[in-house]
Design a protein around this ligand. Sequence first.
Ligand SMILES: C[S@@+](CC[C@H](N)C(=O)[O-])C[C@H]1O[C@@H](n2cnc3c(N)ncnc32)[C@H](O)[C@@H]1O
Length: 192
Amino acid sequence: MFHDIPPAIQTQMRRLEAIDAHDRRDGTPHLQRLRQIPPETGRFLALLAATAPAGRIVEIGTSAGYSTLWLTRAGRPITTFEILEEKAALAGETFHLAGVEAAVTLVQADARQHLPEIKEIALCFLDAEKEFYAECYALVIPALVPGGLLVADNAISHAEALQPMLERALHDGRVDALVLPLGKGLLLCRKV
Ligand SMILES: C[S@@+](CC[C@H](N)C(=O)[O-])C[C@H]1O[C@@H](n2cnc3c(N)ncnc32)[C@H](O)[C@@H]1O
């Protein structure tokens, strides 16, 4: 999975890592920055996607498609939501250049408008604006298949902003949940 990444995907991963690193140094405005996950989080997501039960793989917050590229390593179709037109255009270009267009359904929309229609989620990666996390959590958990996973980024880097959702998850009888100190901190929930 990590040892046989096609050159076209590797090239796009390196390109986006370079842009993201540059964004963080040069004061690029928040909305324009790619704000990607680090590579170790990407590898973990790929492993989780590969071992998730049958069902849909969903991502909330595509940006330019870096985390989506990692999710494609599981060899399963993915639906990814990006609210901003500019970011969705960047992601479309990434998927085209990486040769993964057939595996990825990119939806340029607020994920919250579509989540109520999505059932049988095997894995959802949540990496959007922090004020939307609690609402996304409430929409995703009922749609998870048994053994399905919700992974939310920034559980440590933005612990204060995400506190209501973290408290909800850690005391939610529908899931087994914990916070992992990987990358920016991941909330990992598994539907019981
Ligand atoms: C932290 S970035 C995602 C980074 C991406 N997951 C990666 O690691 O490559 C968050 C993205 O979520 C998008 N976003 C925020 N709220 C959203 C929503 N409600 N629905 C869909 N996308 C959203 C933002 O426009 C932004 O591009």
